[in-house]
Design a protein around this ligand. Structure first.
Ligand SMILES: Cc1cc2nc3c(=O)[nH]c(=O)nc-3n(C[C@H](O)[C@H](O)[C@H](O)COP(=O)(O)OP(=O)(O)OC[C@H]3O[C@@H](n4cnc5c(N)ncnc54)[C@H](O)[C@@H]3O)c2cc1C
Length: 432
């Protein structure tokens, strides 16, 4: 039997975690990344404990994660009037065996990139090479169609193809040619980072405002011991009428702070000056809150979608990157059980596509921020004591149900055996 590599489309968080997982279980692979040079793009993201556990199991520990972020300690919603709506401990403080991390997305990608190059070698990552499509072969292998840095076309044969090229996945477009266009529900986000003094627990994720207009902010660095200032990641969000669809072809474009800060004038509290926080950033990025309608399957023969290519979701649940990482580990476990075969892809698809598509729809329905919709429906946002609007038990049940669906319910996660047992390797005969 030949040892054709597994081909991976996309060197983002999912694609690189896939490469590291395959290397760990002894399966050769090659990653094709469209950009010529990876740069630390993006702003803050959260890694939930279920994903941090998998990174630890991949040998990426707290020492490395502390260089690109910090453990999150609290998740809180605060009404526009400054009154608390909900708060809960996160990570270790919440009883998980693994922390939740707030990190810089681009630095996480660079961390995974360096680990991939260090462990698999430079040849395992072909930058400047875009996957444009694929051909399932009759012998069960697959051919990836490539476009090189100079526009030249090429092909490469692999045992399987994993489409991990994110929201605009070419592999998904071929797999589901009739998929509807990207879905936008009317929320516009402006994202940036500013220096600031961390508040509350010192590492709190705070959603401030209403269901139609809010600011989410949290630190993504430890404070500088000299100044006390940390890098505060923020997302300023406004919902508008989306009937005419998103007008721009830009999905993530740099904008000046003055273009949007007026939406938040007057948002000043004795514990936070929102306009000042926003003005503290050098640059912001505008992007609509978008996802895609779920598809019935992520598999076509020897081809599988993972990460945002499979389940692009609103960031309301802070679990897009986490789910991409978890996908790679679940798939690794299926390779251990079924070999590097279509059967493994089928098993992954059967296990993940339905439940994670439900998370996509749940996030579209506001995810954990749904509490803000409840506040609006019941009180119009006017309240002194949140207990009079949503009783504590109802708030707790709402959040518990979200966490269970997204795979980070504390008891279940703590009790689960490692997704990939230490030292496990796919047997040679099980590779196509
Ligand atoms: C530049 C960038 C910035 C982001 N910033 C944020 C952020 O600030 N906050 C946040 O919550 N989420 C952000 N995201 C999304 C977040 O990274 C993903 O939701 C999550 O990490 C899932 O990862 P993924 O690997 O599935 O997709 P992604 O992280 O999107 O990675 C996809 C990769 O595939 C590459 N690619 C695309 N098309 C092709 C192709 N045809 N062939 C080969 N390679 C291809 C892309 O260049 C990219 O490196 C960003 C994504 C990108 C690409």
């Amino acid at each position: 039997m030949s040892r054709l590599p597994v081909l991976i489309a996309g060197g983002g968080i999912g694609g690189l975690a896939m490469a590291l997982t395959l290397h760990q279980i002894g399966v050769p692979c090659v990653v094709f990344e469209a950009v010529r040079e990876l740069k630390p793009l993006g702003v803050g993201i959260n890694l939930q404990p279920n994903a941090v556990r998998e990174l630890y199991d991949l040998g990426i520990g707290s020492e490395q994660l502390d260089r690109i972020g910090l453990p999150a300690r609290e998740w809180a919603l605060v009404g526009l009037n400054g009154n608390d709506i909900y708060s809960e401990a996160r990570g270790l403080e919440a009883g998980y065996k693994w922390p939740q991390y707030a990190v810089h997305r681009g630095q996480l990608q660079m961390l995974l990139y360096e680990a991939t190059v260090g462990r698999l070698g430079r040849d395992a990552l072909r930058t400047g090479t875009r996957i444009t499509g694929y051909r399932n072969e009759v012998d069960g292998t697959v051919t990836a169609l490539l476009r090189g840095p100079g526009g030249e076309r090429g092909e490469m044969r692999g045992s399987l193809l994993i489409g991990a090229e994110g929201l605009h996945s070419a592999v998904r477009a071929q797999m589901h040619p009739d998929q509807p266009p990207i879905h936008w529900g009317g929320a516009i986000m402006w994202r940036g980072t500013s220096p600031g003094v961390p508040i509350r627990s010192g590492s709190s994720f705070i959603g401030l405002g209403t269901h139609r207009q809010r600011l989410v902010f949290y630190p993504i660095s430890h404070p500088d011991p000299a100044t006390g200032l940390a890098t505060i990641n923020w997302i300023a969000e406004v919902t508008v009428d989306s009937a005419e669809g998103w007008k721009s072809s830009d999905w993530f474009k740099p904008v000046a702070i003055d273009d949007f800060v007026h939406h938040f004038e007057g948002w000043t509290y004795d514990w936070l000056d929102v306009p000042a926080l926003l003005r503290g950033a050098d640059i912001a990025y505008e992007n609509p809150m978008i996802d895609r309608d779920p598809v019935p399957t992520w598999q076509d023969g020897s081809v599988l979608l993972i990460g945002d290519a499979a389940h692009p979701m609103y960031p309301t649940g802070s679990n897009g990157a986490s789910q991409a990482i978890v996908d790679t580990r679940v798939l690794g476990a299926e390779f251990l059980a079924h070999g590097v075969t279509r059967e493994a892809l089928r098993a992954f698809d059967g296990r993940m596509c339905g439940p994670i598509s439900q998370v996509v729809l749940r996030n579209r329905g506001a995810g954990p921020f749904g509490l803000l919709n409840m506040v609006d429906e019941r009180s119009g946002g006017v309240f002194d004591d949140i207990d009079d609007v949503i009783p504590p038990q109802e708030r707790a049940e709402f959040m518990a149900s979200y966490k269970a669906a997204a795979g980070f319910a504390v008891d279940r996660l703590n009790a689960a055996p490692p997704t990939i047992p230490p030292g496990a390797r796919v047997k040679k005969a099980e590779v196509v």
